[in-house]
Unconditional design. Structure first.
Length: 154
């Protein structure tokens, strides 16, 4: 199952990429929501960097492993991961529309590898319109935060 959306923001591509690839900030945000995040390596984030994530979903403890597979500064990155019989691919692409305007394209592809995860994906497909709306809303919120942070920094 795929989710994707795009937003145009009034921020240069380099500043936008710095924000969308700030993995430490994403880790801190997850920790504030009760998610345990452990990075598998030290130093700067680079292709091959890994995270182990533990969280509670639908009353069960879940574990997720994620790996940064591609990092093309300032245009693109891809994160691959797996959790309980499901795999995912997250892609973030940036396109410079002008010196001060950037398009953010975010995609998430979920694939089932077990019967249980197929059932979960099937129930998600029934609510796809609602989930797509929430996905777009989160990307829009992040885009607005990025614009606000850029304006305050100028």
């Amino acid at each position: 199952m795929k989710f994707s959306t795009r937003e145009d923001i009034e921020v240069p591509i380099a500043d936008t990429f710095a924000r969308v690839s700030d993995f430490a900030a994403f880790e801190r945000r997850a920790l504030r929501h009760g998610v345990q995040v452990t990075r598998g390596d030290d130093g700067p984030v680079k292709p091959g960097s890994q995270w182990q994530v533990a969280f509670k979903f639908r009353g069960r403890n879940r574990a997720l492993d994620a790996t940064l597979s591609t990092l093309d500064d300032p245009n693109f990155y891809q994160v691959l991961g797996a959790s309980d019989g499901m795999t995912f691919t997250t892609e973030v692409e940036l396109v410079a529309l002008s010196p001060n305007r950037t398009r953010i394209i975010v995609g998430l592809d979920l694939r089932a590898k077990s019967m249980t995860s197929r059932l979960i994906l099937q129930s998600m497909k029934l609510a796809k319109a609602k989930l797509s709306k929430r996905f777009r809303a989160r990307v829009l919120e992040f885009s607005e935060e990025t614009e606000d942070a850029y304006r305050k920094g100028q």
